[in-house]
Design a binder for this molecule. Structure first.
Ligand code: IMP
Ligand code: MG
Length: 178
């Protein structure tokens, strides 16, 4: 285990199992639809790449990049769109693929923006949900795991751009970010 990790919350195998279940659910729910997965960079890149291969249905992918300012371990509440989707989402069954739903500020902002562009439907798949810190209510249709109020890294999630390559999901030691 990496020395900066306090505890491993989900192993590589546990993640793979859960992602497979989510893929099967999404496959059933989106049969005959116009599925477009929109991955929010960079944290959800690994989740997207695993999840899309567990969905047995035609789909398209696109990417958005948003940021709340700074390298802080808490969300500042200000959201900036750095990159919008390449193609219009109008008429598509959009499923936003996010790494973690924390305060809900980023996702709330993204969902309002997307809803204004008339998709056929709009829903969220979040690998992780940290409900204890929610400020903006966001409806999450597909949830991988619920996590405690700790700083989570690995499997795409970073702290100051590090730890994204850890194959497991873990809680960072608070000595690292305090
Ligand atoms: P929210 O707007 O507070 O829901 O969180 C938005 C973004 O903050 C997430 O998509 C993550 O990129 C990042 N984030 C929130 N909590 C964590 C965490 O525990 N570890 C790593 N990134 C996090
Ligand atoms: Mg993110």
């Amino acid at each position: 285990m990496h020395p900066d990790i306090e505890t491993v919350l989900f192993t590589r195998e546990q993640i793979a199992g859960r992602v497979k279940e989510l893929g099967a659910e999404i496959t059933r729910d989106y049969a005959g639809k116009n599925l477009l997965l929109v991955s929010i960079l960079k944290g959800s890149a690994i989740f997207l790449s695993d999840l899309m291969r567990e969905i047995d249905a035609p789909l398209e992918i696109d990417f958005m990049s948003v940021s709340s300012y700074g390298n802080h371990s808490t969300t500042s509440g200000r959201v900036e769109i750095r990159k919008d989707t390449d193609r219009p989402i109008t008429g598509k069954d959009v499923l936003i693929v996010e790494d973690i739903l924390d305060s809900g500020v980023s996702l709330g902002y993204i969902m309002n923006l997307m809803a204004s562009k008339s998709p056929a439907s709009l829903a969220v798949a979040a690998l992780l949900d940290k409900p204890s810190r929610r400020v903006s209510p966001v409806e999450c249709r597909y949830r991988g795991f619920t996590v405690p109020d700790a700083f989570i890294v690995g499997y795409g999630l970073d702290y100051a751009e590090k730890y994204r390559n850890l194959p497991y999901i873990g809680a960072l030691k608070d000595t690292v970010y305090q």
